[in-house]
Each structure stands twice: as C-alpha cells, then as structure tokens.
Design a protein around this ligand. Structure first.
Ligand SMILES: Cc1cc2nc3c(=O)[nH]c(=O)nc-3n(C[C@H](O)[C@H](O)[C@H](O)COP(=O)(O)OP(=O)(O)OC[C@H]3O[C@@H](n4cnc5c(N)ncnc54)[C@H](O)[C@@H]3O)c2cc1C
Length: 460
C-alpha cells in the first residue's frame, strides 16, 4: 500500500488505529466463508479503525479522491465473502463504534452504534431491561451493523420476522462521504422512496451503517422446547402449516436430519435425546402464561401424532433445553471439516416437502451425502454439500446450479439469509432478469458513482 495513503489515514484516525503490517493484518482479510470457496484476499491492504462517523466520512471522501476501494468489516461472521478485499483496499473495521446510545423503553426501541456485537446487546438488555431483541443469526460475534447490512434471519423468524422488520432508523455514511439519517422512531412513515430499506441488506455496497435504532419486545416468562420425531420427511413437513393454522406461533421451528443431530451431539460429548424415527422437528415455545405453554405443547404433539409422529419429548428445565439448542447450533461446526458448502435456499413453506424430494434425488444423482437442516417454517433449508477428500467435488458447480434452479422452480430464492456477497453474485441471473439486474446496477451507481465501496459484492 502506498505510504501516502497510510499517512493520510493516520492523519484522519490517529497513529494507533491504522494497521499496515501484513502479519498484523491477516486476521482482517477473511470472514467465515468456506475456505475452499472463498476468493483470495489482496495482500496490498491497509486496515483502518475509525472512531466516529465523521472520521468515516473523511476516509470515504479521501478514497473517492484517490479511487481506492474500501472493504467494510463488521463482526466478520458472514459466509458469502462480503468482507473480503479482493482488490488492493482500505479495510474499514467498525469495531470501535461499540457504544449503546439509548435504551428507549417507552417506545420499545434501542439505539446502538453499529459495532456493538449481538452478544453485548443481549447482555446489556438482560441486565438493564425487561425487553429483548429477537433476531439471532447463530454467531453472537456478529455486529448490529453487519446484521443490518446482511439483513440477518435466523431461527426466530417464524414469530418475529427478520432483521429488516426490526430496524426503525439508521445513521449511514454514504460512499461519497455525506452522513444521513434514514427513518426514525416511527410506526408509520410513507414519505418518498424508502432509502432505509434500500440500505438494509445492501452488504456494504450502498453506505456504511454507523448507528441503528431497533425494535424491542417484552420478554415472555414461560419457555419450553419440544422435540418431535418422525420417520417420513413429508409427514413432518405437513404438520408444520397445520400448527401455524391452529394459531400457535412458536419462537422457532427447526428441522434436523437425525444423522446431523447424532453426529453433532457425539462431537459435543453429549447424546441426542430422541432415539425413535429418523427426522426431528424442534419447536421452541415462549409464552405469557404456564397454561398457554402446556396447552400449546399438547396441541403441537396432537397435530404431529395425526401426521404419524413416532415420539415426542418436552424439555422443560433450562438444562434440557440448552442441550437440544446447543446441538442444533453446533451442527455447522461439526461438519466444518468435511463440508464443501452450505446452501441457503428458501422456497414457499408449502413447497418444502417437494423441494426435499428433489434434493434427495440430486443427492443420489451426484452421490453426495447431502444433510439437511434449517428453519422449516420459513421454507429456509440449509443443505450441507459434502467435500471429497478435503476438496470441492468436481461436479460442485453443476449440483449447486441444479439446487438453485430447483428452488426457483417453486418460486424460491438462491439465498434466504446468508446474502449474495461475492460467492453468489454470478448466480443472480438464475433468480433475476437482465433488466432487474440492470436496475440494481443503476442503484449502486447512484449511491457510489466511483464504485469504491465493497467492490465485488452483489453487482458491479
Ligand atoms: C455459525 C454461523 C451461523 C450463522 N447462522 C446464520 C443464520 O442462521 N442466519 C443468518 O442470517 N446468518 C447466519 N450466519 C451469517 C452471519 O452471522 C450473519 O450474516 C451476520 O448478520 C453477519 O454479521 P457480521 O457483523 O459478522 O457481518 P460481516 O460478516 O462483518 O459483514 C457482512 C456484510 O455486511 C457488510 N457490513 C458489515 N458491517 C457493516 C456496516 N456497519 N455498514 C455497512 N456494511 C457492513 C460487510 O461488508 C459484508 O458485506 C451465520 C454465520 C455463522 C458463522
């Protein structure tokens, strides 16, 4: 990296907040994207850690002047290479913007700086408020700004929706350096085009989020986890809409192939509580009263029995619940060494059983031991594609395109929550028409005329 660039950044943020030695910069070049699939990071980078929106504004104005790309980095838990600088770049880390700005219980909202991690937000709320924040994408090292930029989902979308549904306002530094506030503490707001929702999910391409105001909810006192086992995928899937139609809205409804549950439990040195059946549905319930918790649990079990469930287990104690939830959360880690990729397609919930049948046929066709788990009530299934002797299988690209096209056939999407980033960009054409992609390119150009922010993400 040119000395002049490093010197200018030092002048903006101070000597201590610029890292230009490669050995100290290594941990800032990659994220959680599968190592076999991620693009190579440029080694010609400089890391900068600004302490305020004003400093970010100066950095972006300077980057425009010298036409230097800026790679935006939150908690770096993303899995589609969104943070990886593929060109010589300024890597801009939001880690110093880590303050809780305001807990506003009257409006059921909280305002935080974008570098606050999900873990510290949850800890702050548990100590200081009766309110909670429901979006949980799995890794609590994720930052709020990263979760907004990635429009994170996670397992609680059944009841609470996704990140987009919880962002009321954002402070954003535009690629050209202006600082804007989008939205407000409003329930209704229809003025002009909705720039707030344009920035949510924009994966670091339309601006740098520096502050977010989020919606909070009262905590329910009574929670329980229900594990129901089946022998047949279709029967398990068919039970889910009937439960929702009954007016029961669990916090989460997760699907797990038994093989994944048993393998993960073993790896964690524990056991999976269910033995009968080959497929499990996990229901997390969270209710106002104990009566509601028990009557909803009973109704779920009754409906599942109608769909030939072979067993049900209610985990009531915090320890039993934690055991099941920890196994579900660790499933990805337990396969990490043998994985080629985790696909993140979604289809309309009613099409999940047919989609599963198609995936099973593709697994057979390519002789790949695909394991499935995911947020079944959202139609969002994570298919784990296995590697071959530590390598990406030769047919990987072909198989992935077949899975994407299958999802689209049902009116689905190639990515429900992980995002487009750099790894799925070339497949956007499977889901969108040329004209739609042209409009997206036009939006990018309007926000970022010199294309300096997060180049390589979503569109050029
Ligand atoms: C084990 C595991 C499980 C996961 N499970 C889920 C899941 O269930 N659901 C889900 O949705 N995701 C999941 N993820 C993916 C990831 O955790 C989420 O996408 C998360 O929201 C990313 O937040 P982050 O701060 O780590 O963002 P990063 O990885 O740092 O960045 C993500 C993108 O946002 C941009 N960005 C980051 N901060 C900002 C900012 N302040 N302003 C503008 N752009 C910014 C980056 O440039 C990048 O393009 C999982 C990841 C792991 C490792």
């Amino acid at each position: 990296m040119k000395n002049k660039v490093i010197e200018n950044l030092r002048q903006i943020v101070g000597e201590d907040w610029v890292v230009d030695e490669l050995s100290k910069m290594q941990s800032y070049l990659y994220d959680e994207t599968e190592p076999l699939l991620r693009p190579e990071a440029s080694k010609d980078c400089v890391v900068v850690k600004p302490g305020s929106p004003g400093e970010i504004s100066q950095i972006l104005k300077y980057a425009n002047e010298v036409l230097m790309p800026v790679a935006v980095r939150g908690g770096a838990t993303g899995v589609c290479a969104g943070t990886i600088p593929i060109k010589p770049s300024i890597v801009l880390s939001l880690e110093r913007l880590n303050s809780i700005v305001e807990l506003d219980e009257k409006n059921l909202m909280i305002t935080v700086e974008s570098g606050v991690t999900l873990g510290s937000l949850l800890e702050f709320l548990s100590k200081n408020s009766k309110l909670f924040f429901p979006i949980h994408p799995g890794d609590e090292g994720a930052q709020i700004g990263g979760m907004v930029a990635a429009n994170a989902g996670g397992s609680k979308a059944v009841r609470h929706g996704i990140m987009r549904n919880h962002v009321k306002a954002l402070e954003v530094v535009l690629p050209t350096g202006e600082i804007v506030t989008l939205g407000g503490k409003l329930i209704k707001n229809n003025a002009g085009y909705d720039l707030l929702h344009m920035v949510i999910g924009s994966e670091g391409t339309l601006g740098i989020i520096t502050k977010a105001t989020l919606k909070l909810y009262p905590v329910n006192k009574y929670s329980g986890t229900l594990l129901v086992s089946f022998n047949n995928r279709r029967e398990a899937c068919d039970a889910v809409p009937e439960i929702l139609q009954e007016g029961i809205l669990p916090l989460a409804v997760e699907y797990m192939d038994r093989a994944a549950a048993v393998k993960t439990a073993k790896k964690l040195g524990t056991t999976w509580p269910a033995a009968e059946g080959s497929i499990d549905l996990m229901f997390v319930l969270d209710e106002h009263t104990e009566d509601e918790l028990y009557s909803n649990s009973e109704k779920i079990v009754d409906i599942c029995k109608k769909h030939n469930a072979v067993n049900s287990i209610i985990a009531e104690t915090a320890k039993e619940q934690r055991n099941i939830l920890e196994i579900r959360s660790a499933a990805y880690d337990s396969y990490k060494e043998v994985l080629a990729d985790v696909l993140d397609t979604a289809v309309p919930p009613s099409s999940v059983p047919d989609f599963f049948d198609d995936i099973a046929a593709l697994a057979k066709k390519y002789n790949n031991d695909i394991v499935s788990l995911g947020h079944i009530a959202d139609g969002n299934i994570h298919n784990f594609i296995m590697g071959e002797n530590g390598k990406i299988p030769s047919y990987y690209e072909e198989l992935m395109v077949e899975i994407y096209k299958t999802a689209i056939k049902y009116g689905g999407t190639i990515t429900a929550e992980h995002g487009t980033g750099k790894t799925k960009k070339k497949h956007l054409g499977i889901q969108f028409s040329e004209r739609e992609i042209q409009i997206m390119e036009g939006i990018k150009k309007t926000f970022d005329p010199n294309g300096i922010l997060s180049p390589g993400n979503i569109v050029d």
